[in-house]
Design a protein around this ligand. Structure first.
Ligand SMILES: [Zn+2]
Length: 506
């Protein structure tokens, strides 16, 4: 595909004709004619606080989004579960369609600390760019249509994860307007608890299992690849957290009087860390990699065929050296990781040897690692370094009778999943995106972070693919979250292309 397009460029053949597409064009012209209405509708949604700790706000959001969906002819109902924001469920059926696509998004947002924002998180502001890069505010009344696609809207959840909701709705509206019908039945699962780890999704799936069958779950969440190119993602890493506390003397000690005699827990943790992981991200714990499914040749070939963005990424991050030498970014996140989150000492200040220090770890897993097995192997490793392992605070006798003591606990495991890029559905999806972008896109075998996809994978027999639309620098979860207008527009075209074309391959 890429090759053919290059040829056409070389011979000056009409590119617009080669890449022109009925669906994309229909959405584009509909959007151009309706930009102001679309933006106005989105503003109204963005003005609604959506932090799950306020249940009445979540109910208002669910009702509001349901109404937005109903206006487009989607039949909706709320999937209720006690004390949890409801899931907005919807159906949009196509006459004669036999296959079903599930569109996943979430309507809850991360908590906000308004003091850290340049503007109020639920009073959306238009800006030409981030304020720190010289971005200027544009008053709502001064917006000129068609909008400059580089303008950003700053507001909590403008990207994560309300952007796919508005883009999907306008995509359906534009298709209807142009007489293009979806190539499948579409269902919707828009949850309100994602930012709290989708804790009740397993129970909700169990309760409503019959409704939730689909041939493909399309997870519309997360940012684009760091190159900001259109991206399709086929998996997520899993993970769990671990805490390791080691102990010094029973009381804080003057480091002049006792240094070189009484062990320092900070030093012990430093040695423990270097025994677990080297500077190149290799994990040195026995058996840690035993269950890892290594990247397939197919996946590596896909990566090799795509532009390498690593130098730009390193410049952006202001780092000269990378971990995992010789591997490109996308491959490094296909391997498990051991992240050292922090070391906290028992808090005494001054020239003191602390009484204890706690290491906070995050283990990132990949298929087919089992958190239970890995946690066990880490504990055996700690034991091999001479530690007596306990799970509660030690008494004085335990400290007197053991050279080294470590209190270890772990929690919060997410399983990793990775969908094959080689299945017919995956291939069809890649082709649609490839056609839409004229080959200028990124296929990611996995993203580095975690999402609750394993719940779906375990409970339902279906395929799972992640389709992000938000600009990579959207400040997801952070102050000054934002979406580029152009990403909303692109999202509409992407969803419409998938709705119109993927059906026969589902
Ligand atoms: Zn999200």
């Amino acid at each position: 595909m890429k090759y053919i397009l290059m040829m056409m460029t070389a011979f000056g053949v009409l590119i617009s004709q080669a890449t022109a597409d009925e669906v994309t064009d229909a959405v584009k012209s509909y959007r151009l004619a309706n930009e102001k209405n679309i933006i106005t509708e989105y503003m109204t949604l963005l003005e609604m606080p959506n932090v799950p700790s306020v249940p009445s706000d979540m109910e208002k959001n669910a009702a509001h989004i349901s109404a937005m969906m109903e206006r487009r002819g989607i039949d909706t109902m709320l999937l209720e579960y006690p004390d949890v924001p409801p899931v907005i469920y919807g159906e949009y059926n196509t006459l004669g369609a036999t296959k079903t696509l599930m569109f996943y998004a979430h309507y809850d947002g991360q908590p906000v600390n308004a003091d850290l924002w340049s503007s109020s998180p639920f009073e959306p502001v238009f800006r030409t760019d981030f304020p720190y890069r010289g971005g200027q505010d544009i008053a709502y009344g001064d917006l000129e249509y068609p909008l400059d696609p580089m303008i950003r809207i700053f507001s909590r959840s403008a990207a994560d994860d309300r952007a796919p909701i508005i883009s999907m709705l306008i995509a359906l509206e534009a298709m209807k307007d142009a007489g293009i019908s979806p190539s499948m039945n579409i269902k919707f699962f828009i949850e309100g608890e994602e930012e709290r780890g989708s804790r009740h999704v397993p129970q909700i799936i169990e309760k409503y299992k019959n409704l939730l069958q689909a041939d493909l779950w399309l997870f519309c969440d997360a940012p684009l690849h760091q190159s900001d190119k259109k991206t399709v993602v086929f998996g997520v890493r899993g993970g769990f957290s671990m805490s390791v506390t080691v102990y010094g003397a029973a009381r804080p000690l003057h480091s002049g009087h006792y240094g070189n005699f009484s062990p320092n827990p900070n030093v012990e943790l430093a040695h423990l860390i270097t025994s677990m992981r080297d500077e190149d991200a290799n994990i040195l714990i026995d058996g840690f990699y035993d269950q890892v499914i290594m990247p397939t040749e197919e996946e590596l070939a896909i990566l090799a065929s795509q532009a390498n963005n690593d130098e730009a990424l390193k410049a952006d991050l202001a780092i000269k050296r990378q971990e995992s030498p010789g591997k490109r970014y996308e491959e490094t996140i296909m391997m498990p990781g051991l992240n050292i989150r922090r070391i906290e000492t028992s808090g005494e200040t001054g020239g003191v040897i602390p009484t204890s220090a706690t290491l906070s770890l995050r283990v990132r897993t990949v298929p087919d690692m089992d958190a239970e097995v890995i946690a066990e192997r880490i504990m055996r490793h700690i034991e091999k370094q001479g530690y007596h392992i306990i799970d509660e605070d030690p008494d004085v006798d335990t400290l007197r009778n053991n050279e080294k003591v470590a209190k270890v606990s772990w929690s919060g495991s997410y399983k990793a999943i990775r969908t094959s890029t080689a299945t017919p559905v995956s291939q069809a999806l890649i082709k649609i995106m490839n056609d839409y972008t004229s080959g200028d896109m990124i296929v990611l075998p996995t993203m580095g972070g975690s999402m609750p996809l394993a719940y779906i994978n375990d409970a339902l027999d279906t395929n799972i693919v992640i389709l992000p639309i938000a600009n990579f620098d959207n400040n997801q979860h952070a102050p000054n979250e934002n979406i580029k207008i152009g990403n909303l527009w692109d999202g509409m075209e992407i969803f419409a292309n998938i709705f119109a074309k993927l059906g026969p391959d589902l």
